[in-house]
Write a protein that binds this ligand. Structure first.
Ligand SMILES: *Cc1c(COP(=O)(O)O)cnc(C)c1O
Length: 404
């Protein structure tokens, strides 16, 4: 039996919706992208959502919108995908990594220690789909003492008057805190619709705008539409209107718009997303039931009295296990034709970042999580037989490895 890691849920409904777009005469940003954005915003209960070609683009666009530049610092967890840090580097600013907790998420206490007069943005990451402790993070950025440290360098920064919370919600579309969905939990949240994510458009992402007064999210959305399309004051569809050919470039913008082909996949994915979440939750529950009786198994958190995950990953940790033993367990899984993964190799470990002087030694919990973590297959079409095969093989691999 072969078990893949996270293939997308593709079927005739998706094929039909994509074919409808392909044959409609309009394949780039147009009516389906706009419809997808409206439905996403309604799902998350936020004023506006802008769909783009990736989460990475969305994060960078929002850093630039906030005026993040050289000399500025952005706080983010050491335990994330490289994109979260790379976009900070793109803007010329300094990524300031902080350690995470047992739930894999950024530690508010560590955020507080890392803040100084150069701090402009905090980028929490909802690891595996589990939302961060946003109440704590909000109370940090809104406390008088921290607000007094904030130095505004742009109009937008003056308007906010504090550190921006730009949430990397790449994993957590559909997750909740006190029944409020991600997107509506911070100033700005960015979702990923990459092929391995819960809801996919092949490549894709979206910015959820939820900025407080006095910001007008609609006018920010209108501006971002232009900023993510060359700085051109008319999009391709508007230019198509009879005689409406003339346009202006109001600034040197970026090019990271979503196409209607991508949006048509997303429309089908969104319509059945409740069913997707239900199935993922069931798979997680099966894993939990199978592993909870083993003393070596440290089960991930998915739900508590205040938050619920989007069940994006199943990141099990093996207790009292070295990195070498973890790798050996993974090899046994690969030998059994089961695809497993590690989420994540902490960013400060990568050569680009070590050359800049970062070191994993400063993030002991990120190191510990990384060394003992294995992500198991979790996807809509995983069959019960496949899941049982994964469970049996993991138990066998752990027993053999930790005994020997
Ligand atoms: C996937 C991912 C991203 C990047 O998403 P793209 O849509 O591929 O740009 C960013 N952050 C995290 C935590 C991710 O897992």
């Amino acid at each position: 039996m072969k078990v893949p890691f996270a293939p997308p849920r593709m079927d005739k409904r998706v094929v039909d919706e994509v074919a409808d777009t392909l044959l409609s005469g309009w394949i780039t940003t147009g009516p389906k992208t706009k419809k997808f954005e409206k439905l996403l915003a309604a799902y998350c209960n936020v004023p506006n959502i802008l769909a783009l070609n990736s989460a990475t683009a969305g994060l960078e666009i929002m850093l630039r919108w906030f005026g993040v530049k050289e000399g500025d610092e952005v706080i983010l967890p050491a335990y994330t995908y490289s994109a979260t840090a790379n976009v900070v580097v793109h803007c010329g600013a300094k990524p300031v990594f902080v350690d995470v907790g047992a739930d894999f998420n950024i530690l508010p206490s560590e955020i507080e220690k890392a803040i100084n007069k150069n701090t402009k943005v905090i980028m929490p990451v909802d690891f595996g789909g589990l939302p961060c402790d946003f109440q704590k993070i909000h109370s940090i950025v809104q406390s008088e003492n921290i607000k007094n440290k904030f130095v505004s360098a742009t109009d937008v920064q003056r308007q906010l008057g504090r550190i921006l919370i730009l949430s990397d919600a790449a994993h957590s579309f559909g997750a909740t805190v006190n029944n409020i969905k991600t997107g509506a939990l911070t100033d700005v949240s960015v979702f990923s619709f990459h092929a391995v994510k819960n809801l996919t458009t092949a490549e894709g992402g979206a910015i959820a705008l939820n900025l407080p007064n006095p910001f007008d999210n609609q006018s920010i959305y209108d501006y971002l539409c232009i900023y993510t399309l060359h700085g051109q004051n008319k999009d391709a569809l508007a230019k198509m209107q009879k005689g409406n050919w003339r346009y202006d470039i109001i600034e040197a913008g970026f090019k990271c718009n979503m196409t209607d082909i991508m949006a048509s996949i997303g429309l089908v994915e969104l319509e059945r997303y409740a069913d997707t979440l239900e199935r993922r939750k069931q798979i997680v529950s099966n894993y939990n039931t199978a592993f909870e009786k083993y003393p070596w198994a440290e089960l991930p958190e998915f739900i508590s009295d205040w938050r619920e995950s989007s069940y994006h990953l199943y990141p099990i940790r093996i207790k009292n296990c070295t990195e070498k033993q973890r790798d050996a367990i993974m090899q046994k899984m690969f030998d059994a034709d089961i695809a497993v993964n590690v989420h994540f190799i902490p960013v400060p470990m990568f050569s680009f970042y070590t050359k800049l002087g970062y070191s994993l030694q400063h993030y002991p919990k990120a190191k510990d999580n990384y060394e003992r973590e294995i992500s198991l297959p979790l996807f809509y079409n995983l069959t019960d037989e496949q899941q049982q095969f994964v469970i049996d093989n993991l138990i066998k691999a752990v027993n053999e490895t930790l005994a020997g």
